[in-house]
Design a protein around this ligand. Structure first.
Ligand code: GAL
Length: 696
């Protein structure tokens, strides 16, 4: 009986399990079916493909597009007008502004890309001129299609490329070689024919910020220039840049008698001796070891025998700068180790003086007041109460002090300029003890007129240059007139030691490789005593100018590779090395970039040779080759492209033969001996720098 009961219960249990299971499958199938029907409806409504569909570029997520100005727009030009190319109107397309990159993941599931492209008619300015744009289609790093450079008014070009197997597609619109202005670049009627799946617009790849520069060891290493120019009879000041643990003691053999070296700080002071060359042997010693280095003092007329190095406040603090911030910058130049690799100048830019009134750029009333005293002397504003005290503070650290003004009545922010007071100002700057002057152009057009001839352009610089030279101080002069009148050809003639070759780099940060190429083309005018200046190093935390407002510092928009490229190129050109970020926010990564002594040695090389450029077959790659004093060459393997790329330098491109040792300067690592060529993978927008030395 008991057994029957158990069997009966078991039967009921099994039956109910079966019923429940059947019910579950039935419901589940219904749910799946419902889900399926629902999914199909959504796809149909959204018009998304399941298989073999044609997808409009304009239907993708346009917020992922990176571009030089503004934001990409769906079915409109980048300024919000209709999409118009040579009078032809397009309803469907994407309006961008060069330099723009559209990055699309296809996962190898696309068949073709078909589109038309051209410069938007709205890019024409009132003078009838418009932008020029070069369009390119790249698949997995290879150029699939390249159009001719297009101007406004050119009919839209047709693009039709095979995309089979391509995993990532890039649509690039770059400036046509004449800068970014008005480069409104449209991709219209652009469709991706998919074999299956969906295309996906994606942002540029994320990179990790890795410090390549090894930390300095405890043993002493003397850095900076091996040659130094100073004018006879003037005060001499030089702090021997040296890394290693402290305490450290310094000795200088062969130092002229008019100079003395403080053995604890390594600061050389005194009076520059009579004209001639003085070969000094510097020794630095600590409990980890000892090192020696030759250092040549050239007493003569020429300053800046190697590119000046230092800090300038502009791109970090703009019109917010104060005396205390400059003193802090000097403190940090020492504590961060920057001074130990050769940074020397601590330079105030605009806004240290009073402005005559409130203006667009000068809304801070605390900087408004009398611009000159009753004797015509320039009046610093209340944030700079003691200019001599500031210069003395910087000098006490063995560093040098720099200042800024303009030949016009006012500077670009409306502060007092030197017009009509040039002699008096030059004397004042020297009395205060400044060692560097950046001389702008701002408001000088009111004096020279809109279209000055060469002589009118040179006049203010000649005047200030000659006055500075008369002072009993060595004052390095930087001309900041944005490259007008091909300043590189005459900057030296007006006693300039460096000259800005273009406008503020602040607006062109993502084009540093282009800017470097433009500056490299001016190489013949670059060299000891006179340097092309492509503007300051802006990495780490920097501010930004937006219209008339100056933003506080924030992490710079450059990728880690771009930040390395910045420094690499400025070292190779070689350019003056002025850091213009927030000194209080220097992190380990940024210090690694700014303070690699082997890279800085390339910049400070005594030959002062400009790098020559060799274009490589793949159009986004090139070499920058700088001859060094010791018979070796520093070679930048550069990749301007949007994907990583293997870049090769052959010995014939470098004009060398035979066995050569190759050293990676960023990592400070010997990579071995090579006999014909050297290749390395260079990241997107990256530069690898190798020192290539012949083996005996
Ligand atoms: C600009 C100059 C900048 C900065 C600014 C100050 O003309 O290019 O570097 O000095 O003036 O107002």
């Amino acid at each position: 009986m008991k057994t029957d009961k158990i069997i009966e219960i078991e039967f009921v249990r099994r039956m109910s399990f079966r019923v429940i299971r059947t019910l579950f499958f039935w419901i589940n199938n219904r749910v799946s079916m419902i889900r399926y029907i629902w999914l199909m409806t959504v796809l149909a409504v959204l018009n998304l493909p399941v298989r073999g569909e044609s997808v409009a570029l304009s239907s993708l997520d346009l917020t992922q597009i990176s571009q030089g100005w503004g934001q990409a727009k769906k079915n409109l030009s980048c300024t919000g007008g209709k999409l118009l190319i040579a009078g032809e109107e397009f309803e469907d397309g994407v309006g961008t502004h060069a330099y723009s990159v559209i990055r699309i993941d296809l996962d190898g599931r696309a068949d073709r890309f078909r589109a038309r492209c051209g410069v938007d008619d709205g890019s024409k300015n009132p003078q009838g001129k418009g932008g020029t744009v070069a369009f390119r289609v790249i698949g997995d790093g290879r150029t699939l299609w390249k159009g001719s450079v297009m101007s406004v008014g050119d009919r839209a070009q047709h693009v039709d490329v095979d995309l089979k197997e391509i995993r990532q597609l890039l649509l690039i619109a770059s400036d046509g070689g004449d800068g970014l202005n008005s480069d409104h670049a449209n991709w219209v009627e652009a469709r991706l024919e998919m074999a299956s799946g969906l295309p996906r617009m994606v942002p540029p790849p994320q990179e990790q910020a890795i410090r390549l520069t090894p930390k300095p060891g405890p043993e002493p290493r003397i850095n900076g220039p091996k040659i130094y120019g100073a004018r006879p009879g003037n005060p001499f000041l030089y702090r021997v840049p040296c890394t290693g643990s402290h305490p450290m003691t310094f000795v200088a053999n062969g130092l002229p008698v008019s100079l003395r070296l403080d053995p604890d700080s390594g600061i050389i002071t005194g009076t520059t001796p009579a004209g001639g060359e003085y070969d000094v042997i510097l020794t630095a010693k600590n409990n980890a070891g000892q090192t020696q280095r030759a250092f040549k003092i050239v007493a003569g007329d020429t300053l800046a025998l190697t590119p000046p190095m230092g800090y300038n406040h502009w791109y970090a603090h703009f019109n917010r700068i104060k005396d205390a911030m400059m003193r802090q910058a000097a403190d940090i130049m020492i504590s961060s180790g920057m001074a130990d690799v050769g940074y020397q100048f601590v330079n105030v830019d605009d806004c240290w003086m009073n402005a005559a009134g409130v203006s667009r750029y000068m809304t801070d009333e605390t900087r408004v007041g009398p611009t000159r005293d009753e004797n015509g002397n320039i009046v610093p504003n209340r944030h700079f109460p003691d200019m001599k005290g500031l210069a003395d503070y910087i000098h006490a650290k063995g560093l040098k002090a720099g200042l800024y003004t303009s030949p016009g009545v006012s500077t670009c922010t409306g502060c007092a300029g030197s017009y009509g007071h040039e002699v008096q100002d030059a004397q004042q700057f020297a009395r205060w003890g400044f060692d560097f002057l950046k001389y702008d152009w701002c408001s000088y057009s009111r004096v020279a007129g809109r279209d000055p001839d060469l002589d009118a352009m040179m006049t203010p610089y000649r005047l200030m240059g000659e006055e500075l030279k008369k002072q009993k101080r060595d004052i390095v002069l930087n001309l900041c007139q944005y490259g007008m009148g091909e300043v590189w050809k005459w900057g030296r003639m007006v006693e300039g030691h460096s000259w800005r070759t273009s406008g503020d780099l602040g607006f062109e940060l993502n084009r540093i490789l282009d800017i470097a190429l433009k500056n490299a083309a001016l190489g013949p005018w670059n060299g000891p005593g006179g340097w092309n200046d492509p503007d300051y190093l802006q990495i780490g935390w920097i501010g930004a100018q937006q219209g008339q407002t100056f933003q506080p510092p924030h992490p710079c928009p450059l990728t880690p590779a771009e930040q390395y490229s910045f420094m690499s190129l400025w070292c190779l050109l070689p350019a003056p090395l002025f850091y213009s970020g927030d000194m209080t926010r220097l992190d380990d990564f940024t210090i690694g970039i700014l303070c690699n002594p082997e890279m800085i040695e390339v910049n400070q090389d005594a030959l002062g040779k400009a790098a020559r450029v060799v274009r490589l077959e793949e159009e986004d790659t090139f070499l920058m080759i700088k001859e060094l004093e010791d018979g070796s060459q520093a070679v930048g393997l550069c990749n301007r492209g949007e994907c990583e790329f293997q870049v090769t330098a052959t010995w014939s491109q470098l004009s060398i033969t035979g066995r050569q040792s190759v050293r990676d300067l960023w990592r400070q690592q010997d990579l071995g001996v090579f006999t014909k060529a050297f290749s390395t993978i260079v990241p997107r927008h990256g530069v690898a720098v190798m020192k290539i030395t012949p083996l005996q």
